[in-house]
Write a protein that binds this ligand. Structure first.
Ligand SMILES: [Zn+2]
Length: 284
């Protein structure tokens, strides 16, 4: 069984356009920003936009749609005002996900600053709970693993599992595995080595669990394992390499998840057909 494969696509000109852009490049799954990733302002789409999106989804047959939250969101911040703004913005993106009928919203857990990591975990979980309470529906709120470093949370599956356990709403939560972030955080330094990959998969499955991993961000890494330096690279051109992706694909561990590319693109114009072709070949 091969998972749904696709990419992050631009939603410029209307979210429905992203579905056609993805379809044109051969995507079976897409990810979009429901609103600007660099602003605290996020407006709900109008009725016409929603209708156009639902129609386009049917026409294109795109199997999975995920939204990516704004980069500014930090539910674990040591500054209450920033937490409040983050929560409000994340809830607004969640409401957009619900309006569009998206499968979920992916967000980064943020930095705990001057607090302890366990404070950050507790605050993130509390924020997630309030977001879910304020936006009823079916879309899942997914925690993405990060490249860690400094006081950044979510660089390992134990922290993600702790946050998910504390939220306690398995129907509406889950996680997203970013292959580059896992490599950069140092929780896996060689996907192509069977022993290393096996240990990583066992660690992931015994903490967050494969079944709770609904999306995979398929990205190669420009930086070395353990660098804590988040720089995505085209599939096969980075330090993970084609053999690494082939091994992860071949493991079958995430075959139920939607795999989306967040790579710079061959022409630096974002995820493209060539990267999707390279990823697809890893499943052959
Ligand atoms: Zn990612």
């Amino acid at each position: 069984m091969r998972p749904l494969l696709g990419m992050h696509v631009s939603a410029a000109g209307g979210a429905y356009r992203a579905l056609y852009r993805g379809k044109d490049m051969g995507a079976e799954a897409i990810q979009i920003f429901g609103a600007s990733p660099r602003s605290y302002v996020a407006n709900l789409p109008g009725d016409e936009d929603v209708a156009a999106f639902r129609e386009a989804r049917e026409k294109t047959g795109i199997g999975a749609v995920y939204l990516h939250a704004a980069y500014l969101v930090n539910l674990s911040s040591d500054t209450p005002a920033l937490r409040a703004r983050s929560e409000k913005n994340l809830a607004a993106h969640m409401a957009i996900a619900e309006a569009l009928g998206a499968d979920g919203l992916v967000f980064h857990p943020g930095s705990y600053g001057a607090q302890l990591p366990e404070d950050g975990i507790r605050l993130t979980a509390a924020g997630m709970r309030r977001v879910l309470e304020s936006v009823p529906g079916k879309a899942r709120l997914l925690i993405e693993n990060t490249a860690a470093g400094g006081t950044k949370l979510g660089g390992n599956p134990e922290e993600i599992a702790a946050m998910l356990a504390e939220v306690g709403d398995p129907e509406r939560t889950g996680c997203c595995l970013d292959t580059a972030h896992a490599f950069e955080s140092g929780i896996i330094d060689d996907y192509a080595d069977p022993g290393t990959l096996g240990a990583f998969l066992e660690r992931w499955n015994s903490t967050v669990g494969f079944a709770r991993t609904y999306a995979v961000h398929a990205n190669d890494s420009k930086t070395l394992a353990g660098s804590h330096n988040d720089k995505h690279e085209n599939i096969g051109d980075g330090h993970i390499g084609t053999d690494g992706f082939r091994a992860l694909a071949g493991s079958g561990a995430f075959s139920h998840a939607a795999w989306v590319l967040e790579v710079p693109g061959i022409d630096d114009l974002g995820p493209d057909e060539e990267n999707l072709k390279r990823l697809r070949a890893c499943f052959a």
